[in-house]
Design a protein around this ligand. Structure first.
Ligand SMILES: NC(=O)c1ccc[n+]([C@@H]2O[C@H](COP(=O)([O-])OP(=O)(O)OC[C@H]3O[C@@H](n4cnc5c(N)ncnc54)[C@H](OP(=O)(O)O)[C@@H]3O)[C@@H](O)[C@H]2O)c1
Length: 321
């Protein structure tokens, strides 16, 4: 098969388009013919090997799985002997284990990570959803009309979905990102925007019911001040040191101040994905596509991701046939 190959960590220039042996599905796996794969912040991290947690699971010196790519949509090309839930020709979508393996014509994976592609969505649209949709659904669970929600890193892959779902729930949303994304953030529904280079949202006191932090760089001792009593701070990604501090000390800091502070880990499973599919059916959100590249142009797509110029999802497509 043809695939995008990454032998070392670095910039978009480290990837190449090349030939790899076709994967052979184990008895409990399916072989998916990839039709589209979308890019997330995790692809940027796994390309660079930064923050440090990108190497904890992927390999310390170089990626163990040389094929990047996490969020896929495609067609079942073969099933292992013990797979009962899917058959040849089924159209599926999902997030691959370890966020790797998707930028290839074929990928072998466990069927429990995949769900049926929602009706009415193209492969490109479906591939745009799994990770970002899962983050948004979990992060905004329990949001009520009128809640004040702040999304830090709102203009990225996950943030756009978080803003969309929070607005769908009736929240008043403050979106924090680069200043030149303000128009885009307003367009997707943000009520207020903050340019992180000019203002520090963590200086605010008692304003938010929920803070969703996709690019955390502040300690749990600082972020809780911006929450109302009973409010919740959920860290999704950011600096490795902050991740460790928030995971270990956040719950204690939260308890002392009558708030909830911690790291939100979104499980990868079919059940999660089916909950996201249900939200799509209800019209709670639709994916925003920034650009579509042919899979062999992954270098250009990853360079766009690294530059931070996208307004919505970047998707790589494998034409049919
Ligand atoms: N906890 C979990 O279960 C889980 C699951 C999957 C992924 N994640 C993590 O979630 C994180 C976010 O993912 P994503 O796909 O949304 O990332 P992303 O697409 O890279 O989005 C991050 C956004 O934040 C902006 N930004 C950069 N520095 C900022 C700052 N100091 N303050 C505010 N905004 C800033 C970025 O702008 P530029 O693009 O211009 O830099 C970008 O718009 C990643 O770390 C990923 O690993 C967590």
């Amino acid at each position: 098969m043809q695939a995008v190959i990454q032998d070392r960590y670095g910039s978009a220039d480290v990837v190449r388009w090349g030939e790899l042996p076709d994967p052979v599905p184990a008895d409990d796996e399916i072989l998916l013919r990839v039709r589209a794969v979308s890019l997330n912040g995790s692809d940027r991290e796994n390309l660079a090997g930064r923050p440090a947690y990108a190497r904890w699971t992927n390999g310390l010196r170089r990626p163990r799985n040389p094929v990047p790519g996490s969020d896929v949509a495609g067609v079942v090309a073969a099933v292992g002997r013990r797979v009962t839930e899917y058959a040849w020709g089924d159209q599926l979508y999902g997030e691959l284990a370890g966020y790797r393996g998707g930028m290839a014509e074929l990928v072998a994976t466990r069927p429990k990570l995949l769900a049926r592609k929602p009706d009415g969505l193209s492969f490109v649209e479906a591939a745009a959803i799994p990770q970002a949709g899962g983050i948004a659904r979990r992060a905004t669970a329990g949001v009520r009309p009128g809640d004040a929600v702040l999304v830090n890193g709102a203009g990225g892959a996950g943030g756009v979905f978080v803003v969309g779902l929070a607005k769908h729930a009736g929240a008043e949303v403050t979106a924090v990102d680069r200043g030149d994304k303000a128009d885009f953030l307003n367009e997707i529904g943000a009520d207020h925007t903050i340019d992180f280079a000019k203002d520090d949202w963590a200086d605010e006191r008692g304003r938010y019911d929920l803070i969703v932090d996709l690019v955390a760089e502040r300690s749990p001792f600082r972020v809780h001040h911006a929450l109302r009593p009973g409010g919740r701070y959920a860290m999704l990604g950011g600096r490795a040191r902050i991740l460790l501090g928030t995971a270990s000390l956040g719950p204690l800091v939260g308890r002392v101040h009558g708030k909830r502070v911690g790291v939100l880990v979104v499980p990868q499973s079919r059940a999660e994905l089916e909950s996201v599919s249900a939200l799509i059916r209800q019209g709670a959100f639709t994916p925003r596509i920034d650009s579509v590249y042919p899979l062999h142009d992954a270098k250009a797509a990853l360079a766009r991701l690294a530059a931070g110029d996208s307004r919505g999802k970047i998707v790589l497509e494998v034409p049919e046939g």
